[in-house]
Design a protein around this ligand. Structure first.
Ligand code: LHQ
Length: 255
């Protein structure tokens, strides 16, 4: 059974972490397959991506049995060769990535969910930092994404206390965009992905790039990047088509 299952429907690539016996914990092989899939998602036929987990969990972070089996690989090396490239590949993809958080997201599994552009959570989902519980610090971007989503005070409390946020709490804190009943989470994430896939792809992709850069760019640099992206967007046929439709008082052309 491959550790990552891949399906494609309606221009949406659905990636299912598929190691349910260990709550879809990350191994080197799972990272490699996830990065290959994110690379494949750059094809023009793919316009959005959904990431979810098989069974009752989303992802429990690093497979701690693997780290026990490979004690000579340092954490720094694991982050440099597996986790950081995976998170950067997800962020660099100029298409929306939606997490369908079907169950617990812990450790680097939480980081993966936070790195996505949108999170739809099942009412059975929960969000557990886990790092502090094993004496580690947030990695794989959790220290960058968490304060952006929930603010410094909540992020500090959450990441240092190992508080398990329920789906309802995650909604209240702004960690997730929506909570659904357990059976509906993947369908709802797919529906959102298909809706985003029908939007002008260049605009969605560059909006993602702008929001990512806005977090750490100076306003002067940000204004320059906005200018560059806006010019590129205006040269794409989507722009002219949609302006023409607006002026003709028609609805946007179908994709
Ligand atoms: C697992 C795991 C797991 C293996 C559940 N591994 N088997 C980066 C770079 C390098 C190294 C270190 O880490 C990192 C970043 C990180 O991700 S650090 C954080 C690593 N993850 C954790 O520490 C989470 C450990 N798991 C848990 O705390 C709990 O399992 C959670 C809260 C996720 C879920 O709790 P429960 O729903 O009560 O499930 P459970 O504990 O009963 O687990 C079910 C099974 O899954 C169980 O196996 P079993 O054979 O007894 O059914 C667990 O051993 C296995 N499992 N997480 N990370």
């Amino acid at each position: 059974m491959p550790p990552l299952e891949i399906h494609e429907r309606d221009a949406v690539l659905v990636l299912t972490l598929n190691r349910p016996e260990s709550l879809n914990a990350f191994t080197v092989e799972l990272h490699e397959q996830l990065r290959a899939a994110l690379d494949d998602a750059r094809r023009p036929e793919v316009r959005a991506v959904v990431v979810t987990g098989a069974g009752r969990a989303f992802c429990a972070g690093q497979d701690l049995e693997e780290t026990q089996r490979q004690p000579t690989t340092s954490l720094s090396e694991r982050l440099a060769t597996s986790y950081n490239p995976t998170i950067l590949a997800l962020r660099a993809l100029d298409k929306p990535v939606i997490a369908a958080v079907n169950g617990v997201a812990a450790g680097a599994g939480l980081s993966l969910a936070l790195a996505c552009d949108i999170r739809v959570a099942s009412d059975a989902a929960s969000f557990v930092p886990a790092f502090i519980a094993i004496g580690l610090v947030p990695d794989s971007g959790a220290s960058w994404f968490a304060p952006q989503l929930v603010g410094y005070a909540r992020a500090f409390e959450w990441l240092t206390s190992n508080r398990r946020l329920s789906a309802a709490e995650a909604l209240e804190w702004g960690v997730v965009n929506e909570v659904t009943s357990a059976g509906d989470v993947l369908a709802r994430a797919h529906e959102r992905a298909a809706a985003l896939a029908a939007q002008p792809g260049t605009g969605v992709g560059m909006t993602k790039r702008l929001l990512a850069r806005a977090q750490d760019a100076a306003l002067r640099d940000q204004l320059e990047l906005e200018r560059e992206c806006q010019q590129a967007a205006s040269e794409h046929p989507d722009h002219a088509e949609r302006v023409a439709a607006f002026l003709a008082k028609q609805s946007a052309p179908p994709r």
